[in-house]
Ligand binder design. Sequence first.
Ligand SMILES: CC(C)(COP(=O)(O)OP(=O)(O)OC[C@H]1O[C@@H](n2cnc3c(N)ncnc32)[C@H](O)[C@@H]1OP(=O)(O)O)[C@@H](O)C(=O)NCCC(=O)NCCS
Length: 261
Amino acid sequence: MTDVADWWQTDIIDMAPGQIRLRGFAIEDLIGNIGFAEMVWLMTRGTRPDAAQAALFEAALVSAVDHGPQAPSIAAARMAVSCGLPLNNAMATAINMLGDVHGGAGEQAMQFFHAVKNHAGTMSREAAIDLVFRENNQLVPGFGHRFHKNADPRSVRLMNLLETAVAEKVCTGSFAEIAMAIEAYLYQQKGKAIPMNVDGVTAVIYAELGFEPALARGLFCLSRSVGVLAHAHEQAGRKERNKGPTPPHYLWTYGGDNPIK
Ligand SMILES: CC(C)(COP(=O)(O)OP(=O)(O)OC[C@H]1O[C@@H](n2cnc3c(N)ncnc32)[C@H](O)[C@@H]1OP(=O)(O)O)[C@@H](O)C(=O)NCCC(=O)NCCS
C-alpha cells in the first residue's frame, strides 16, 4: 500500500482520526496561540517566525488588502457578483486578474533584487542594476503606479518599519538598500520618480525575511483576498444586476468601418 500512501506524500500535514498536526504542531496547540500571519509562515515554510519577524510579515500582508474599484481585481469581483456569481467565484475572478502588471509583480521583483545582489558580487551595485534593467527589457517589476506618482503611502510606511527592523537586527536591510538604489536609478533614467509600489515593497520585505520569490504572488493573493471579499460582499447587498465596467451611457470608441454617426 505504500504506493497509495506515497501518492500525495507531503511534509505539511499529518492526520489520523482525532488528530491533526500541521508542520509537526498539533492543531489544538496552534489554535488560540498563533496569529494568522504566523500560520501562513508556518504552512508555507515549515518554520515558526519570532515575534518581530511575524510583525513585519503581517504588516506587509495588511498593506495590500485593497486599492478600491479602480483596481482591476476589485472591479472584476464586483462585476462578477452583479452577474449573479457567489462570493467564492467572485474571489476567484479577482485573483485571476493578478498578473505581472497588476498585483502579481512581487515574484519578478524578488527575482530582480536577487539578480542584482548576485551580480553585485562582481561589479558595483549601480552597474548590476543597469545590467539587470537591460536584461529585463528596461522594466523594473514592483516600481511605478497609475495613481501614486511620487510616493506610494504603503511603501513609505513599510520602508519605515523595515528601517526599525534592520536597527533591531530582525533582518539585514540588504534588499531594502537594493530597492532604494533602484528607485534612484529609475529617477536618473526617466527624469521623474518611478516609486516603489506595493508589489515592490512587499517583495523587499519577503526577500528580507527569506521567503522564496515563487511565494510572493501567492502571498499577495492572500492579502488582496481580504479586500476582494469585503467588496464582493458589499456588492452582493446592492442588488444591482449585470454591471459593466462603466455607466451604460459611456460607450467605447469604435475604430472599424461604417461607424454610427
Ligand atoms: C504600474 C504601471 C503599469 C504604471 O504605468 P504608467 O501609469 O504608464 O506609469 P507612468 O505614466 O508613471 O510612467 C510612464 C513612464 O515611466 C516608465 N516606467 C513606469 N514604470 C516603470 C518601471 N517599473 N520600470 C521602468 N520604467 C517604468 C515607463 O516606461 C514610461 O516611460 P516613458 O515616459 O519613457 O515612456 C507601470 O509602472 C508598471 O508596469 N510597473 C511594473 C509592474 C508593476 O509593478 N505592477 C504592479 C503595479 S501595483
